[in-house]
Design a protein around this ligand. Structure first.
Ligand code: KIV
Ligand code: ZN
Length: 561
């Protein structure tokens, strides 16, 4: 054997002229079939028990999946019993079709027919392997032998199904040339057409031809070429529903499916979060939500993704990764400063422009559409920037910090994250904000005060301020007049040691916390002696008092600096 990589045989692409799939786009949802309870289940360390399968089944129904492969009833007593319970227990809604898998072998087919007695809508899914490798190393058969396995099974299935169909069962057929990706396309066409013929497929009674990427061993574009070639060549295309069943060995299951749909497929077999043999089956959530983000209705409801994820983890005992598209814990979270700034700007843009479209950078989807609106979009660690801390203050605590305050507060938070070396919680950010800008009560404090306001006939207001201030241990009185409370206070402190500050900027708004509403004022002062600028923040139920507290907080910060 050749050493290392040289021992692998490169994939031979299917030649095709004038391919058309690259110019198409996906404009509608395929027919979805869940294979969670079969392919997904058979890949679990501990396969699901009856209760778990039932819970899973009902979740799939709630999501809106109309075709559900429930198992392999001829494979074991447990699988058989689960199939019977679903049918006899009345769990299957009238608009849902159950699908059962069986190998193309006589005794297993017979057992499968027993298992489906009494069901309303059934897809009987049979398969045999067709790839060059399986023919060579497993079956030791030529293509005629492999085709005979499929057509013998098709004959038996057709014959056994007639009484059931006559007695009212909506029974349809699905055939999988298992390991299709490793099969020569001309032979795949030949065996699939033979099966269509033996099952008497017509445009009115179509048969599902499921073309599995049993093992994903080529690139998605190569698969799309194969599929377009297959769809062009198969004579009974009108009598077939072309179905995909991608696995994910190269990590390209989603791309393979999407390109397969462009190349002519009508149906997709998939599992929630991509559970399945080895690297899994293709993930139905990602496929559906990818369509959704392109403005295409996927016809599946993932608006409660956390609940679905919890059910999945409980039943399969497998975790959904933190980075799993659309569902992972961290997929709507930005830690990076530049991402946070852009998200912040996107949120502001959406508010101010009133756009009807989702236009937020770094968030391909509105988290609310998968029920994730209450989770933090922005989390703060040492990678975060100025906008992130301001976003937390606004979204978690209602403080709408003036833009020019963001860099300074961002720096305060950054020093803390560098110090602790890990993520810091919103509560800690709020604490840092209060410590830095609000709870700075030394050396100056306003002990008591009174305003008197008069408004003249022309509507001009005149305010007189009188108050008592404390500077460390000294208490003193000040008074002044102005055209508003801030002006009056500033005039009152003229001549005191704190009169060296000039007023640069002011912003205020209300913060509502339940039924309690407070005013918050942000004041920027400049120290004339040093030229340095200081923000102070004041909180009060009294809207005249909040700015005075902010002024003193700014002065106190300057004194401490
Ligand atoms: O992956 C596969 O080929 C299968 C078939 C049985 C459809 O699961
Ligand atoms: Zn499979």
């Amino acid at each position: 054997m050749k050493p290392k990589f040289e021992k692998y045989i490169p994939f031979t692409p299917q030649p095709i002229r004038g391919r058309t799939w690259p110019d198409r786009v996906i404009t509608k949802a395929p027919t979805w079939c869940s294979v969670d309870l079969r392919d997904g289940n058979q890949a679990l360390v501990d396969p699901m028990n009856l209760a778990e399968k039932l819970e899973y089944f009902h979740t799939l129904v709630d999501i809106g999946v109309k075709e559900i492969e429930i198992g392999f009833p001829s494979a074991s007593e447990t699988e058989y019993e689960i199939c019977r319970e679903l049918i006899e227990g009345g769990h299957i809604p009238d608009d849902v079709t159950i699908q059962v898998l069986v190998q193309a072998r006589e005794h297993l087919i017979k057992k499968t027919f027993e298992a489906i007695q009494g069901a309303k809508n059934v897809i009987l899914h049979f398969y045999n392997s067709t790839s060059t490798l399986q023919r060579k190393v497993v079956f030791h058969m030529d293509t005629d032998g492999i085709t005979k396995i499929a057509t013998d099974a098709a004959d038996l299935i057709y014959e056994m199904s007639q009484p059931m169909i006559e007695s009212g069962m909506n029974l349809r057929f699905e055939y999988s040339p298992e390991s299709f990706m490793g099969t020569e396309m001309d032979y795949a066409v030949e065996i699939c057409q033979a099966v269509l013929d033996h099952l008497h497929a017509t445009p009115e009674n179509k048969v599902i031809l499921n073309l599995p990427t049993t093992v994903e061993n080529c690139m998605p574009n190569q698969f799309a070429d194969m599929l377009e070639y297959f769809c062009r060549k198969i004579p009974g295309r009108d009598s077939a529903i072309i179905s995909l069943h991608p696995h994910n060995d190269r990590g390209c299951g989603v791309a393979t499916t999407e390109m397969g749909l462009l190349a002519g497929a009508d149906r997709v077999e998939a599992t929630l979060f991509g559970n399945g043999e080895r690297t899994g089956n293709v993930d139905m959530v990602t496929l559906a939500m990818n369509m959704y983000t392109q403005g295409v209705d996927p016809k599946l409801d993932f608006s409660q993704i956390n609940k679905i994820k919890e059910m999945f983890e409980r039943c399969t005992k497998m975790p959904v990764g933190d980075r799993q598209p659309y569902a992972g814990k961290l997929v709507f979270t930005a830690f990076s400063g530049s991402h946070q700034d852009a998200i912040n700007k996107g949120v502001q843009y959406m508010k101010s422009s009133g756009t009807e479209y989702w236009e937020i950078p770094y968030l391909p989807i509105d988290p609310a559409d998968v029920g994730r609106e209450y989770e933090p979009i922005i989390r703060i660690n040492s990678q975060s920037g100025k906008g992130g801390a301001a976003y937390i203050m606004e979204h978690d605590f209602g403080f709408d910090l003036p833009k020019s305050m963001h860099p300074e507060f961002g720096h305060i938070v950054q020093v803390e994250t560098d110090k602790v070396g890990k993520e810091i919680a919103p509560e800690r950010i709020n604490e840092l904000f209060h410590q830095a800008y609000i709870d700075v009560k030394e050396p100056y404090q306003l002990l008591k005060h009174a305003f008197q306001e008069t408004v003249d006939e022309e509507g001009h207001s005149h305010v007189a301020f009188a108050g008592t201030l404390r500077h460390t241990d000294t208490v003193f009185e000040v008074s002044g007049e102005g055209n508003g409370p801030i002006d009056a206070f500033f005039n009152a402190i003229q001549g005191e040691k704190i009169s060296r500050f000039t007023f640069l900027d002011y912003a205020s708004h209300a913060i509502t916390d339940g039924s309690d509403s407070q005013g918050v004022a942000y004041i920027l002062l400049q120290d004339q002696r040093t030229g340095k600028q200081y923000w102070g923040v004041g909180l009060s139920h009294n809207i005249n008092l909040a700015p005075l507290r902010a002024i003193l907080a700014a002065i106190n910060r300057a004194k401490k600096a």
